[in-house]
Design a protein around this ligand. Structure first.
Ligand code: NAD
Length: 478
């Protein structure tokens, strides 16, 4: 008997959770549930995280969490409980299978069967944002080697376990050479360990277009957090409906399972919502905890129910569907189909599935790190970069001088273009001249000089080489 934490959430959450639990219990799931309250009520009671401290204790004790969607109230100050849970519990892998159910659910892509493996903890989702000048705010995109290794390895292990043929990586490393470049590089390294699985990389923009147009050419797709967030909704929607897709959030000790859709408040309390998304999450949960026979029974019954044309309103189509049902009646129909095998869809067979154990991340020996240059970011309300250069050159010290100014990444001094639009946020790069070496003391001196000149430095960024390889980008046009 496995104890799991459940949260019924908001909107349609309680209805789809009741339907899901009823189905899996009828199929023989050996689970005991412990319920916690999360979401809107908790937020509105003044808890900006949407969850009480005692609930964390329960989630951490049970380790397995089945969560219905929640409503994050409008207005500032409320942090997304989903993002917090994924990061607190180290749920680094987000798995979202998107399969079309042609000819029973309308889709333009009848043979689509894509699994999106989304990195879940870092990227722009690290949520580190700052306003630096009147005109400019920033969000730090953090990509780490352990983050990349864990998610890419997970994608290949998933492909191996589920007999998938190919893993595709989407990044934008032609532009983001450091961050997306690292993700792509790690993908290539790990792909080489799985010669039996085909691998390929696409630039995200054309890859996304291809996925929306011809999803059948993809199998497993692995990508950084933000791209995965956007594209998994696209994939679910073009497969048939966001209401059909489930999602697993997997960590080293804990895991959370959910539907990919939200709380659909306008459908709440009307016995209308499709419980399939959460049910798919629950099936992934049963596989994860080793109750594969139950997972298989539920999935085959669900496929047989969809084939029988018993559909909730969101996928009901005159001429294709046979019976329009509510949430409860849909659950009853799936229960009535337990033990049945789909006739048109391929029945699933999870018998050999087992949770895969990934090797622990091993930190590499540290590189030789050499401080080469430094960027001082300056808040300056002028518009002419030559005037700023004249001012900032007064900051120069012996052997270290201003080498370049950029505005939003584009070089504006020396030899900038008058046409380039400039904001009040300037990056001033200082470089050693005459082969001198710079150090932290140099930076302190530069900052001291800037302060004495009344220059408003909003941040500095140290520019390093690691084992002789430059660890920073050039200015655009440099
Ligand atoms: P939504 O996914 O709730 O709804 C989008 C559309 O899909 C609506 O038309 C809705 O009726 C329909 N839909 C969604 N699930 C359905 C189902 N199971 N059956 C039938 N139709 C379904 O997205 P939204 O309207 O943007 O968000 C509503 C709330 O949900 C917001 O407060 C948002 O923050 C929250 N949300 C929560 C989660 C989560 O808890 N994981 C995820 C996304 C959004």
């Amino acid at each position: 008997m496995q104890k799991i934490t459940i949260a019924k959430g908001d909107g349609i959450g309680p209805e789809i959770m009741d339907a899901t639990l009823r189905i899996i219990m009828a199929a023989g799931a050996a689970i005991e549930t412990e319920e916690i309250e999360v979401g809107e009520k908790v937020y509105l009671a003044g808890n900006t995280a949407g969850i009480a401290k005692e609930s964390w204790d329960i989630i951490r004790r049970n380790k397995i969490f089945l969560k219905a969607p929640i409503t994050t109230p409008q207005g500032g100050g409320y942090k997304s409980l989903n993002v917090t849970t994924r990061k607190f519990l180290g749920l680094y892998a987000n798995i979202r299978p998107c399969v079309s159910l042609h000819p029973f659910v309308a889709t333009k892509h009848p043979i689509m069967d894509v699994v999106i493996v989304r990195e879940n903890e870092e990227d722009l989702y690290a949520g580190i944002e700052h306003q630096q000048t009147d005109e400019v705010v920033q969000c730090l995109k953090l990509i780490s080697r352990p983050g990349c290794e864990k998610i890419v390895r997970y994608a290949f292990e998933y492909a191996k376990q589920y007999g998938r043929k190919k893993v595709t990586c989407f990044t934008k490393d032609n532009i983001m050479k450091q961050t997306d470049g690292l993700f792509h590089q790690v993908f290539d390294e790990i792909a080489a360990e799985y010669p039996e699985i085909e691998n390929e990389h696409w630039i995200i923009d054309i890859g996304a277009a291809k996925m929306a147009d011809t999803p059948e050419v993809f199998d497993v797709i692995v990508m950084p957090n933000l791209y995965g967030d956007v594209l998994s909704d696209v994939a679910a929607q073009i497969a048939g409906s966001v209401g059909l897709a489930g999602s697993a959030n997997i960590g080293e000790t804990c895991a959370m399972f959910e539907a990919i859709h939200g709380s659909a408040p306008r459908r709440a309390g009307q016995n209308m919502a499709n419980p399939s998304g959460l049910l798919q999450g629950a099936i992934m949960m049963l596989n994860h905890i080793g109750q594969t026979a139950v997972a298989e029974r539920v999935q085959n019954a669900w496929l047989a129910t969809i084939e029988a044309g018993i559909h909730t309103y969101d996928i009901y189509k005159e001429g294709v569907s046979k019976q329009k049902v509510g949430t409860k009646e849909f659950a009853d129909a799936v229960i009535a189909h337990l033990g049945k095998i789909p006739q048109v869809f391929k029945p699933v067979n999870y018998a050999t599935d087992k949770p895969f154990v990934l090797p622990k991340y091993k930190r590499k020996a540290p590189a030789v790190k050499e401080l080469q240059e430094v960027d001082l970011f300056v808040h300056w309300p002028g518009t002419n970069p030559n005037e700023l250069a004249a001012l900032v050159e007064k900051v120069n010290i012996e052997g270290v001088s201003l080498s370049m100014i950029t505005n939003r990444g584009i070089k504006v001094w020396p030899d900038g273009f008058e046409e380039t639009f400039c904001t009040d946020h300037w990056r001033c790069r200082f470089k050693p001249t005459q082969g001198t070496q710079i150090n932290k003391q140099t930076i302190i001196q530069l900052l001291g000089n800037a302060e004495a000149q009344g220059i408003d430095v909003v941040k500095t960024e140290n520019l390093y080489a690691f084992d002789g390889k430059q660890g920073f980008s050039l200015g655009q046009g440099q």
